[in-house]
Write a protein that binds this ligand. Structure first.
Ligand code: 1WB
Ligand code: MN
Length: 345
């Protein structure tokens, strides 16, 4: 038996009643967003009518101190790095989004203060009004002592390479806190073939959406403007680690013939210097080994994706994963402590 290694799970979903109530209104609204398929199922479905409701993600999302903590105790999970679950506040109007982000941040901070050795938190913000978002980001770090930020990919079809959002990137860089880009369903202009067969969400659409977001940021030269900005993507890097060689090759060719934007560094360099990933929701040892070898072990963190992913198999997966002691410490807690400013245990 090896000694117990500290386990920090780095992409754990959580919500508050007020946000859940607002998402129920979205489910009943005329919005054409592809997110509605899932939002309806989780927040506005009779218990027996929907697959999502049958799985009852909602009670798992609204809970921290009861069943979640009980399972963490039982399985030896030290910390959940919590964040308001997708789609966060991004489907709401700007003012509602801002108010609910602040409320969620206050609640999350209270939870982290009550259980400083069990919970850490990523702050929400409303990207709709980037300057107001930047102020809330400052409050979240300086006053609430939260550990970084969570954004759920696009906001009304717009992505972070758009300079209108740059006050948000500037704030994250200045505060030295990572922005975690979690998926939501693909934006209206990307969603066409993702609407059928359950492809809208975690099976495939989420990875397409966030992979696209990450490549837009790299190819758009965002990291020339913000060289120290750190972005985390989950779900084993949304397939980007697997594609990065080809992204790099084809982007450099496209730059030479004037089809892509000229950037100061290569796509390989942006991915290496500005990104880290977690294995949330992917319990495949081959994919994890590949990602570590491709990106370096200091860039990869363990995550569960609770409650969408059950806790026990995720713990067993990382405990059974074959790696060196040094890799295990980096994956299970060391990287999370460094990247998300979590006190060493
Ligand atoms: C699911 C997975 C749903 C995730 C989610 O809703 C999120 C799902 C916001 O399995 O249906 C996730 O983060 O992987
Ligand atoms: Mn997830």
């Amino acid at each position: 038996m090896r000694n117990k290694v500290r386990l920090i799970a780095t992409e754990e979903a959580w919500s508050i009643r007020e946000v859940a109530d607002e998402l129920r209104k979205v489910a009943r609204s005329p919005s054409q967003s592809l997110d509605k398929l899932l939002v309806k199922g989780i927040y506005d479905a009779p218990a027996d009518a929907s697959g999502y409701a049958r799985m009852d993600f909602l009670s798992g999302l609204l809970d921290a101190e009861q069943e979640r903590l009980r399972q963490m105790d039982e399985l030896g999970v030290d910390i959940h790095l919590l964040a308001l679950t997708a789609p966060g506040v991004q489907m709401f109007d700007a003012d509602t989004a801002h108010e609910l982000a602040m409320l969620a941040n206050d609640r999350l901070a209270a939870l982290c203060q009550k259980y400083p050795t069990r919970f850490a938190g990523l702050a929400s913000f409303a990207p709709h009004s980037p300057r107001r978002a930047a102020k809330e980001m400052e409050r979240a770090v300086n006053e609430l002592k939260l550990n970084g930020f969570m954004i759920n990919s696009h906001t009304y079809g717009e992505y972070l390479d758009d300079p209108k959002f740059w006050p948000i990137l500037e704030a994250a860089e200045a505060l030295d806190r990572c922005i975690y880009i979690h998926p939501r369903a693909a934006s209206d202009t990307l969603k066409g073939p993702l609407q059928d067969y359950g492809m809208d969400s975690a099976m495939w659409g989420y990875g397409v959406e966030v992979g696209t977001h990450a490549v837009r940021m790299m190819a758009g030269g965002v990291f020339d403007a913000f060289p120290n900005l750190k972005i985390c993507i989950g779900h084993m890097g949304e397939a980007v680690p697997f594609w990065i060689w080809r992204i790099n090759f084809m982007n450099s060719r496209a730059q030479k013939i004037g089809r892509a934007k000229k950037t100061e560094r290569s796509m390989e360099e942006y991915f290496r210097d500005n990104f880290c990933i977690t294995n949330s929701g992917v319990e495949d040892p081959l994919a994890l080994r590949y990602s570590i070898d491709r990106m370096g072990v200091d860039k990869v963190m363990w995550a569960i994706d609770y409650p969408y992913q059950p806790m026990e198999p995720a713990v067993k997966f990382i405990e059974d994963f074959e790696c060196t002691d040094e890799e295990r410490h980096a994956l299970c807690h060391g990287n999370a402590e460094r990247i998300f400013h979590i006190a060493a245990g």
